[in-house]
Design a protein around this ligand. Structure first.
Ligand code: 6PG
Length: 466
């Protein structure tokens, strides 16, 4: 006789399968579901139970009501589906089949505001809803992902021990899993993770473009591997070095890949969130825009033909580029954490940066030595840029950074993220900004008013313009 399980996993794509295997490897009994689409998706869940020994004892379904019936109350149903319509459709079908006290978990990359709405609508039916950001790709999902949880706290208390079992563990041995607040808090944290990820990836692409002017991929690969033995160590640096190792017919494999970048939306959501919060997250934005610009291939080729004449080769030292890269990464991380602080205030979430850095230190795509440093920093301080370590890094790196920017301009190499980091940093350390001129302009054409420096009053004043 088939034994009912409390946990059910919906969606047997790459991530759902890896997560299911992770649950099973940790001794958590699960039941699987994947929809049936004639000729396209047939017996998908069943096939997974035949393919992976860990899943051999799991029951597999492709009828949702049978799947729900096979679960023991209170049911814990985890969805690992593409965000948007697939998740929405499934939740709509699932809702009527559930009972009071059941727990539904959306572990896809859903938009945090959507999660906020879903949380509320399930709450009305007394069904407990969690939105969990899951990072780490297929390998992370299988061996220990980073889990960013938001939603119903009561539900979190019920499932957290199982989540701790499947999560990655940071170097303090703690599970990379934490609860960040109600509604969409978990998905918000995951979205910021992805924003940081976009900029980290773009910075590495820029480093390669700077180095490639004057060096072979082989040399770049060796260089990046050396950097990865220093405090610059990160998962993304490691894999970027590694992917330069592959060749096809003596051509570096990366040269076989079309130079137009795709995206699934989280980078644009993170960029938009900056405007919602009134925050200048310009590295995330630049990384996103670099992807967008890349997709205008025809225009790029036409303009290149017209304008790329006699461009001098860039000859920069490795250490100069490394310092520019390191400093840009600090600005990127600073922006991400600042956004979390602002969002926590706006939405009433109790997330603290120490916890976030702990969850991001293992299992996820942006795990790095810098993230490990953030854990210890955020135990007592709040700002990466006010830390002594940043001061030291800047003392060594400021001139090389400026030199890199100058040389990149001279050699016409687009380095959107490195330049954004510099712009942000110089704007942020300006004690007298240009905003007095903006205020004067606003007042001149629209009588919008301004505050005077010689008055404490918050009453808007007008200038003598007209
Ligand atoms: C992760 C990744 C993962 C996915 C991105 C890709 O943390 O495991 O962020 O969620 O790789 O969503 O996003 P793009 O397709 O937009 O690059």
């Amino acid at each position: 006789m088939n034994v009912k399980t409390e946990w059910g996993i919906v969606g047997m794509g790459v991530m759902g399968t890896a997560l299911s295997r992770n649950f099973a490897r940790n001794g958590i009994k699960i039941t699987l579901f994947n929809r049936r689409i004639k000729k396209l998706e047939e017996e998908v869940a069943l096939k997974k139970t035949q393919l992976y020994s860990e899943l051999a004892n799991a029951q597999a379904f492709e009828e949702l009501d049978q799947f729900v019936f096979a679960l023991k109350a209170p049911r814990k149903i985890l969805l690992m589906l593409p965000a948007g319509d697939p998740t929405e459709d499934l939740l709509e079908q699932l809702g009527p089949l559930l009972s009071k006290g059941d727990i539904v978990i959306d572990a896809g990359n859903s938009h945090y505001q959507q999660t906020e709405k879903r949380s509320k609508s399930f709450m009305k039916k007394e069904i407990l809803f969690l939105g969990i950001g899951v990072s780490g790709g297929e390998e992370g999902a299988l061996k220990g992902p980073s889990l960013m949880v938001g939603g119903n706290k009561e539900a979190y208390e019920i499932v957290k021990n199982n989540l701790f079992q499947i999560a990655g563990k940071n170097n303090k041995g703690n599970p990379c899993c934490a609860y960040f607040g109600t509604g969409g808090a978990g998905h918000f944290v995951k979205m910021i993770h992805n924003g940081i990820e976009y900029a980290e990836m773009q910075l590495l692409a820029e480093v390669i473009s700077l180095l490639h002017h004057n060096n072979s991929y082989e040399v770049i690969q060796t260089t990046l591997n050396q950097w990865n033995k220093t405090k610059s160590k990160s998962y993304l640096l490691e894999i970027t070095a590694d992917l330069l190792r592959y060749y096809e017919d003596e051509l570096p494999f990366v040269e076989m890949i079309q130079d137009t970048a795709s995206n699934k939306g989280t980078g644009s959501w993170a960029t938009e969130a900056g405007t919602t919060l009134g925050y200048s997250n310009n590295l995330m934005a630049s990384a996103l825009y670099a992807r967008y610009i890349s997709s205008f291939k025809k225009e790029r080729v036409a303009l290149a033909k017209r304008f790329n004449k006699k461009i001098p080769l860039l000859k920069a030292s490795f250490i100069q580029i490394k310092r520019s890269y390191d400093l840009s990464r600090w600005i990127n991380h600073h922006q991400g954490f600042e956004m979390l602080t602002l969002a926590a205030k706006k939405y009433g979430w109790k997330l603290n940066l120490y916890q976030v850095a702990s969850v991001w230190a293992e299992g996820c795509i942006i795990k790095s030595d810098l993230m490990e440093f953030c854990i210890s920093l955020f135990e007592s301080e709040k700002s990466l840029l006010l830390s002594n370590e940043f001061k030291k890094l800047l003392e060594q790196g400021k001139d090389p950074w400026k030199k890199t920017l100058k040389q990149a301009i001279k050699s016409e190499i687009p380095i959107l993220c490195m330049q954004s980091a510099w712009s942000y940093f110089t704007a942020l350390k300006t004690n007298k900004s240009t905003a007095n001129i903006i205020q004067a302009q606003r007042d001149y054409f629209g009588a919008h008013g301004f505050l005077r420096i010689d008055s404490e009053s918050d009453k808007l004043q007008h200038g003598p313009w007209h």
